[in-house]
Design a binder for this molecule. Sequence first.
Ligand SMILES: [Ca+2]
Length: 211
Amino acid sequence: MKTSAHVTLVSPRFAHRPAALLASLSIICLAQAGNVLVNGSFELGWTGWDHTGETLLHSNPDFVPDGSQSAYFNAYDQMPDGKVSQQFPTVPGVSYTLEFIYGVYTPNVPQTQQSMAILVEGQSELLNQLAVVVGGRNPVPFVAFAYTFTADSVSTVLSFIDNATYQEGLSADAIVDRVSVSPVPEPAESGGVIALAALGIVFSLRRRFAK
Ligand SMILES: [Ca+2]
């Protein structure tokens, strides 16, 4: 199973690094252009998503890193058993980038670490990772995560599963937003860039020999 991951802190450390934030957002925007998920930012409620356990939609701007709604896990100190899933079409053999924002609101116990299980299943299990963050408040320290997986069927299911214990879930709520799954650009597309570069070299050589 070939997977990779990177995380990007969205706030608040980017506050003094606007260029880094811009670069990060540019990458995310490019990836979201080919998003195969429906309603990845939960702006249409649960449309496209299945949800079980302690999950709800939140519209308080403090808990919404993208748009006007987010998926909220384990509110009101309930058992952290929430699961949010979406089934989406895939092309076997094609690699996809999964991106999302995850944060934990800890009003009383800052610095509490929590994790969310990330599961991607086609015919086989394609991705099984724990996204780990440190909670906080004012603002919630949201983190952008990215993983890649390669599809093995025409239909794939992505699931976010609250991984907190009951004790960890007390006074700590998880938030997921801006979820996207986008195909990784084919080599042919990057090949076009290489071809353009080669044309430039040929043009340059012609000019030199023409003198
Ligand atoms: Ca949203």
